[in-house]
Design a protein around this ligand. Sequence first.
Ligand code: S3P
Length: 165
Amino acid sequence: MKFHNNIVLIGMPGSGKTSLGSIIAERLELEFCDIDQYIQEKENKTISELFLLGESHFRQIESNAVLEVSSKKSIVIATGGGVVTRPENIAVLQQRGTIFYIDRPIEMIIETIDAAARPLLEDNVKRIYSLYQQRKHLYEACCHYRITNGLSLHSAVDQILKVIV
Ligand code: S3P
């Protein structure tokens, strides 16, 4: 491997971070952690239940999880789509990992996303367009590499492995 720090995947909900992260981890024989999954297990609540206590409550838990998970070495991390909305998360992840922005066309995301499991989208999946407008520049500005996840998941896997291996 060309480097030994963490591999961090960022991008919109439904962009394929979890699928890609678990494939990459398996291929490189590294530990994988999905931050949303980690939060749900730690808090013993679903993401939707945590949002009921307020988005800022969720964001604080998310920031703590980012600190905890990224303190490990050589772990593949799939983040939640909103992780870039807090500058302190970006700083920690940039310092402790190489960041890959998983860029999937928004029309494809709309076709396949499970909105019910995502509190910011559950009442209106089209909200994803405004979230994308708010976040696109953040993803682009903080990533080390931008990976296109269009028609083929395998091509996205290959793009990431080409950088790492
Ligand atoms: C969020 C994305 C979700 C989850 C939460 C908030 C967001 O993660 O963290 O529902 O603000 O975009 P995914 O990107 O894995 O869906």
